[in-house]
Ligand binder design. Structure first.
Ligand SMILES: Cc1ncc(COP(=O)(O)O)c(C=O)c1O
Length: 426
């Protein structure tokens, strides 16, 4: 090697891979060197090993395996955002002319995807208002339905999904129940243990916890029914005559398709660096979620006792309509994202939010810091007044995501907000 351009690329040793770092190493590389000709032939025929980070990366895989383990799933696939996880899961299961049934109370980004975007690709969605009524799901299912979709703790009102009730409907029809469990995390509830087939998370939220990266993950129970006739793209041989996903992967056909086709062809790859940061976050997940849930209960109880507050939507409160379900599904804590409603409408909400010093005003959740957002003018501003009312969101409704700060400091901050509300009416 003599030329400068050649040497600037190839001079020096390759790192010795014989060492074993205790922290997860970051393989921040687009691809991997093939040792020799036979290695390449072998990789392309068996899929074993690593070739290109969009296909597989050791850092990302290590975090995927940890998440699959925590959820009690067979396999997980990490992608670039929670929204990507939702989109590729649905597109990997439902095609043009087919149908989704979804709970009405879901994250606005997912609702928009279903209503505005999947419709363009010939996929329709019907929404179930009372997500805990199995008859309502049953009535919405059509012969073309391929997915039931819901959130374990729906964003933003801290309702609790009766996972087993919806899962039993899904099972009767041989349709997977996909649960977005972002607000719960596997520390609070593991939907696969209650009959769900697929779990999705925005890893940008509690998994990371630090609010520094975006990521999304799909976890599958590995129990795809290979005799099903509803998903020919999983059970029929490929265009080239190669064995079907079901023949090759058995119960893991669904997640294999999400990894090998939806991940690879649609390309929502997570950076290995972000996988590392999500992995770092997960190492303290239970500690954070436990503390955040305890803080949230303290905040909810305090708010419920204030005259300026009309209502508090937190299933940990004894008089909340979801309290019994919370005790059944969320005995370790009811999460830390919930809404409450001020009596004074939008003006009160504005004065309240602008007076806060500890809470951060932003559209994010699951962070170690406490966050606040007015719903009707931000995340839910595309909804009509009737739709807002149906969703239980009023002009004075505010979403909180409670962090790990000292509870007295959070209460003092909220008290500052209420003082600003009182000052409005003087
Ligand atoms: C319940 C839920 N699912 C999915 C998403 C989308 O995740 P991301 O922001 O990582 O794309 C969010 C984001 O707020 C969410 O709250």
């Amino acid at each position: 090697m003599t030329g400068f351009a050649t040497r600037q690329l190839h001079a020096g040793e390759r790192p010795d891979s014989g060492v074993t770092p205790r922290a997860l190493p970051i393989y921040l590389t687009a691809g991997f060197v093939m040792d020799d000709f036979d290695h390449a032939v072998d990789h392309f025929s068996t899929g074993d090993g690593y070739s290109y980070t969009r296909v597989a990366n050791p850092t990302t895989e290590a975090v995927e395996q940890r998440i699959a383990d925590l959820e009690g799933g067979a396999e997980a696939v990490l992608v670039g955002s929670g929204q990507a996880a939702v989109a590729i899961t649905l597109l990997g299961l439902v095609g043009a002319g087919q149908h989704i049934v979804s709970a009405a109370q879901i994250y606005e980004g997912t609702r928009g995807l279903l209503l505005d975007n999947l419709t363009r690709h010939g996929i329709e969605t019907d929404f179930v208002d009372d997500a805990n009524n199995p008859d309502a799901w049953e009535a919405a299912i059509r012969p073309e339905t391929r997915v039931l979709f819901a959130e374990s703790i729906p964003n933003p009102r801290n309702e609790v999904l009766d996972i087993e009730a919806v899962a039993s409907v899904a099972r009767r029809h041989g349709i997977p129940l996909v649960v977005d469990s972002t607000l719960a995390t596997p520390y609070l509830v593991r939907p696969l243990e209650h009959g769900a087939d697929v779990v999705i998370h925005s890893a940008s939220k509690f998994f990371a916890g630090h609010g520094a990266v975006l990521g999304g993950v799909i976890v599958d129970n590995g129990a795809f029914d290979v005799t099903s006739t509803l998903f020919p793209h999983l059970t029929a041989p490929s265009r080239t005559g190669a064995p079907s996903f079901a023949q090759r992967l058995g119960g893991r056909a669904r997640i294999g398709y999400l990894r090998e086709v939806m991940g690879l062809r649609f390309g929502p790859t997570l950076s290995p660096f972000n996988a590392f940061l999500i992995g770092q976050g997960i190492e303290t997940l239970s500690l954070r979620v436990e503390r955040q849930s305890a803080n949230a209960l303290g905040v909810a109880r305090w708010l419920a006792a204030q005259p300026e507050v009309h209502s508090v939507d937190y299933s940990g409160l004894d008089d909340n309509p979801y309290h019994a379900l919370a005790q059944r599904y969320l005995p370790n804590g009811q999460g830390s994202v919930f809404s409450f409603t001020l009596r004074g409408g939008t003006a009160a909400a504005g004065a309240f939010i602008d007076a806060l010093e500890v809470f951060t005003h932003m559209t994010h959740l699951g962070d170690v810091r406490s966050l606040i957002l007015h719903l009707a003018t931000t995340s839910h501003n595309q909804r009509s007044p009737e739709q807002l009312e149906r969703a239980g969101i009023q002009a004075g409704s505010i979403r909180l995501s409670i962090g790990i700060e000292d509870l007295p400091d959070l209460l003092a901050d909220l008290d500052r907000g209420l003082a600003a509300v009182r000052a409005l009416s003087v």
